[in-house]
Design a protein around this ligand. Sequence first.
Ligand SMILES: *Cc1c(COP(=O)(O)O)cnc(C)c1O
Ligand code: SF4
Length: 465
Amino acid sequence: MATSVVSLTKKPEEREIQHLKPPVPASALEHKNLLERPDFRRIPAYRDVTDEQFLDHHWQAKKSITRPDKLLEALQGLASEAFIKDATEGFARAPMSVRVSPYVMSLIDWNDPYNDPLRTQFIPIASRMLPDHPKLGLDSLHEQEDAPVPGLTHRYYDKALFLPLDTCPVYCRFCTRSYAVGNDTELVDKVHLRVDIERWAKAFQYISERPELEDIVVSGGDAYQLRPDQLRHIGETLVKLDNIRRIRIATKGPAVMPQKVLTDVEWLDAVTHVVDLGRKLHKEVVLHTHFNHPNEITGITRDAMLRLFERGITVRNQSVLIRNVNDSPETMRLLVKRLGHVHVHPYYVYVHDMVKGAEDLRTTVQTGIDIEKYVRGSTAGFNTPTFVVDAPGGGGKRVCHSYEHYDRTTGISVFHAPSVKAGQHFLYFDPIDRLPEAGRARWADPAEHAKMVDEAIEATNAKLR
Ligand SMILES: *Cc1c(COP(=O)(O)O)cnc(C)c1O
Ligand code: SF4
């Protein structure tokens, strides 16, 4: 008894504790090692830009790049001529619009743009494109088929997806909503979902007429693009609906332009107002964002996320599993831990949807299963994302390893969704170039396509019998 009292009064250096574990290497703390300020002045176009300008969301939005000649201009003397030519051709062939913020431009390694994870997500390169999978279509998730009002998808029983507008602060090559989001490209005439108070009113009315709806995802497009008064209007209307208990406001913004959270005070006040009003009315209002790679999280991001944290705003993250971006276990673990470090909860990792012009970005369902196994256990359970496949055909999100059947040779997995669309089979198709030789050979023969699908369905039914 006496000795323990004495030891409590000892100075730390006099106490000897058996640690049991060896000291951790610096690499184990890499998630805390943030790049404080991107070195944006190494990009010729930003050489004379001040820190204040770089931190200003107006400047970030105004200087975002949407045309290949502007990209060329920004990178004069930095990236190789061959790369610029490849990107210019990529812009012309991409079904998705291109828009890249200076923040993202400043995080890309221009000495090796081909392998850079941010370049891969936002700037299409003709030489890396792969033919689309034969089973792929625009709106692979059938969002439009489940839409009673344009821009309102009611697929799941108690939750709905509301798309108030169709623009974003950047355009992602892998966007599931390429059917609507962004400008018309040479290849795709889009369904436009413009800011339209009348359309919104119809969506609110539908929501109020469905008592089973409790949960609204306000997505887009992107809430970063909404004016503060529009955000207030949407938020106030939804939190006041009796049946609505939960609202999520989705924005890619923090990942590609964290400056806005710090310098667009009116916008942040509008978000805070809706969150606070929700809390008073006992409704949950949170932000959902979309980081895909640890390099997207800098000191600016941390400052922005801590600003939200101080205001009591919960932020969750949804990532897409993207080839050469985050499809390695180590990168995904670093992303998950870094998100946790800046108080963002990793919520989902989506196996890449089947969208046009992005075949080089997809991975297999097996990759998702393998990475999930590696990530789980590395941090808090509530910060461990669920790896899901958003099954084409409108089956909704299914946990990767919950397939009914999975043929790794043909790359076909079959999912069931009893609470969404009971009795239906939902098929996902791994990218062909990632299949074993036998699988690639079968996909090379169009006569085999229907056969492979029939086999998968037959195998699933046989298992159930
Ligand atoms: C993802 C999604 C939701 C929300 O689903 P959660 O699993 O609750 O995140 C709602 N509606 C649609 C159409 C969706 O795609
Ligand atoms: S921010 Fe979201 S909606 Fe906009 S282009 Fe990217 S993935 Fe699509």
